[in-house]
Design a protein around this ligand. Structure first.
Ligand code: SF4
Ligand code: SF4
Length: 462
């Protein structure tokens, strides 16, 4: 088994566009890791807490949160340009559109080869089976969804060792296909591999992989961009009536892999599938508090309906899942071999199938030094005796607990609390003008002035 080192810093694919942000706090309220604060009337994302789940993106009423996008033109740096697509890309289009039409559209965009990442799912299943046999730690938690892996690293660090250290199909396919092209005589430097991503977490995972030194992928193309280009092609061109010549590794199992239960149904023992980051959060809290046991495998996905609900998906997620089920049934009907060929000489699972160490990155650790951390826990507890517990967000943090944590870690002050400010003014601990300045630093000075056209008032009603 190969040992790989982990890249130190998290790359993030989501960013607040300050010129559009109205400071409405919708994003702050939904963030599962409490990564958002309001400063100077704008949302800011704390890099060490964000897991790129995309909840803030979905909640923003004025589209002020942007997803990073690699320039499509970069693909032309390579003579051989491979687009690795998840099957959900095809599932977004009506069933009458043959997959071959979508392959052709991608070739018109500029790719020379199209490869569905689920081609290597049977290799992933085999590698997972080997680990489950060797490792007795339970529950084993899937490493498929990068937002969930990061969530565990930052919020549930005691569960890091439970993560299944198997390369997901995207990485397995990138390594497999590169090797296959090299063995056909194409020089390695001529091959560019690009991934069509349905979400921000996968962009972040390609740019700073967990458990790998570097990704086998050269760039990421956002799925919404490809969807619009494919739609444009389909409206202009004759559409195919025969299926594409796909690699013979694609199976009925593979097609459903990225849908909810796509992974769990292949696990031995008691396996559960949970989608939606808030559901996952709640479930992991129960696991951590040992309220749940005797579970062998957990498939956890950040998005509702798994990848079909990714923030860069344009198609309706429920219809996408239905179409994938139909496509999988068609494949199953013509699969004569019940046991698929999992190795065909291009990729050695023992060498490339496994992830290296995944480090915990706890956000709730108040200090590196244990005795200092214990003192801060006590200080935080005392701080909560003063804070009102309304979780109103007026301090620019999502709740009173978070403000207390910010205070003891030197990132906040008690006078940020708009209720305690009044007490402090009464006790001459704070002047009126100091209180106005503190509140202005959080919400922006213009927010406190009388102005019927101020930014939030207008945009909220649009
Ligand atoms: S992407 Fe998720 S974790 Fe990051 S700031 Fe947005 S809601 Fe929070
Ligand atoms: S406008 Fe509101 S939801 Fe959007 S980024 Fe700013 S504070 Fe967050």
């Amino acid at each position: 088994m190969q040992t790989k080192k982990q890249t130190r810093d998290f790359h993030h694919a989501l960013a607040v566009q300050a010129d559009l942000c109205t400071g409405c706090t919708h994003c702050m309220a939904v963030c599962p890791t409490r990564a958002i604060r309001i400063r100077n009337g704008k949302a800011i994302i704390l890099a060490n807490r964000c897991v790129d789940c995309g909840e803030c993106y979905k909640a923003c009423p004025v589209s002020a949160i942007a997803v990073e996008q690699d320039d499509l033109q970069m693909i032309f740096r390579f003579p051989v340009r491979v687009i690795l697509i998840p099957s959900i890309l095809i599932g977004q289009f009506p069933r009458k559109i043959m997959a071959s039409s979508i392959y052709n559209a991608l070739k018109e965009i500029g790719f020379t080869h199209v490869f569905e990442v689920e081609n290597t799912v049977d290799m992933v299943i085999e590698a997972g089976r080997q680990i489950m046999l060797e490792n007795k730690e339970r529950p084993v938690i899937s490493s498929f969804c990068p937002a969930i892996v990061r969530l565990i690293q930052v919020k549930f660090p005691s569960l890091v060792d439970n993560i299944l250290k198997v390369n997901p199909p995207i990485d397995m396919s990138a390594m497999y296909y590169r090797e296959k092209l090299k063995m056909s005589g194409i020089p390695a430097e001529n091959i560019g591999l690009f991934y069509a991503t349905p979400c921000a977490a996968k962009i972040a995972a390609v740019k700073s992989p967990v458990g790998e030194i570097e990704s086998a992928i050269d760039g990421v193309i956002n799925m919404d961009l490809l969807y619009n280009r494919i739609l444009n092609y389909l409206q202009r061109k004759y559409t195919e009536t025969t299926p594409p010549e796909t690699d013979d590794l694609l199976s009925s199992r593979g097609i459903l892999w990225s849908t909810t239960r796509g992974e769990a149904i292949h696990s031995a023992g008691r396996a559960l599938a949970i989608d939606g980051i808030q559901n996952v959060n709640e479930f992991l809290e129960n696991i951590e508090n040992e309220k749940l046991d005797k579970i062998d495998f957990l498939e956890l996905r950040a998005c509702d309906e798994s990848c079909a609900g990714g923030i860069l998906m344009s198609g309706n997620r429920f219809l996408t899942v239905e179409r994938l089920k139909n496509r999988s049934d068609e494949y199953r009907a013509r699969e004569d071999d019940k046991i698929r060929k999992v190795q065909d000489g291009y990729l050695d699972i023992t060498e490339h199938g496994f992830l290296g160490n995944i480090e915990p990155r706890p956000i709730e650790k108040l200090d590196e030094d244990i005795s200092a951390a214990l003192k801060k826990v006590e200080r935080k507890r005392r701080m909560m005796c003063y804070l009102p517990g309304f979780d109103c967000g007026g301090c620019g943090a999502p709740d009173c607990q978070t403000l207390a944590e910010d205070i003891v870690t030197g990132n906040g002050q008690i006078s940020q609390c708009i209720f305690l400010q009044q007490q402090m003014i009464k006790q001459n601990l704070l002047s009126q003008s100091q209180a106005v300045k503190i509140t202005g630093d959080i919400w922006g000075k213009e927010r406190l002035e009388k102005n019927c056209n101020k930014i939030g008032a207008e945009n909220e009603n649009n």
